[in-house]
Design a protein around this ligand. Structure first.
Ligand code: FES
Length: 144
C-alpha cells in the first residue's frame, strides 16, 4: 500500500507514477481504489499558462460507451482547451475540467501535483483507496 502524502492542506495525495514513466500524449490507466483514472502528460502549455508540460487526471471510464478506454483516447485541442477524444464514439472531453465538448456529459477529474519528478493524485482520504496498479502503454503493470 502506498501511504497518503500531505502536499497541501485539506487534500491527501497518493503517488501514481514518475513523470519520466509517462509518454507524452499517451494515457496511462491508474487503479485508485475502485476507480480507474486516466493520466496524461501533455507537452504544450497547460491551462495554468506555465509553458511547462502539464499532467491531467480524468476518469478512465467513458460514460458514453461504458468502457474503460479514456486513457487510450487521442489527445488534441479545441480552442483554448486541451482535450481527449474517446476511442469508442469520439466524444471530445476537456482534460482540465472533464466537460464533454461535443454533447451533454462529463468525466470526473482529479487534482494533480508533480513533486520531485513524481506524479501525485489528490483524493478524498476517506473514500479513495490507495493506488494499486499503474498500467503503461508498453511497460505492463507496476504493482505497489
Ligand atoms: S480503446 Fe481499447 S481497443 Fe480501442
Amino acid at each position: 500500500m502506498i501511504p497518503f502524502t500531505r502536499l497541501s492542506a485539506g487534500l491527501a495525495f497518493v503517488r501514481a507514477c514518475r513523470v519520466d514513466q509517462l509518454i507524452a500524449e499517451r494515457g496511462v490507466a491508474v487503479l485508485l481504489g475502485d476507480r480507474q483514472v486516466a493520466v496524461f502528460l501533455v507537452p504544450e502549455t497547460g491551462p495554468d499558462g506555465s509553458g511547462r508540460p502539464h499532467v491531467y487526471a480524468v476518469d478512465h471510464h467513458d460514460p458514453f460507451s461504458g468502457a474503460n478506454v479514456i486513457a487510450r483516447g487521442i489527445v488534441g485541442s479545441r480552442g483554448e482547451a486541451t482535450t481527449v477524444a474517446s476511442p469508442v464514439y469520439k466524444q471530445v472531453f476537456d482534460l482540465a475540467t472533464g466537460e464533454c465538448l461535443t454533447e451533454e456529459g462529463r468525466l470526473d477529474t482529479w487534482p494533480v501535483r508533480v513533486r520531485d519528478g513524481e506524479v501525485f493524485l489528490g483524493v478524498d482520504p476517506v473514500r479513495a483507496g490507495p493506488v494499486t496498479s499503474v498500467t503503461f502503454p508498453r511497460a505492463g503493470v507496476l504493482a505497489g
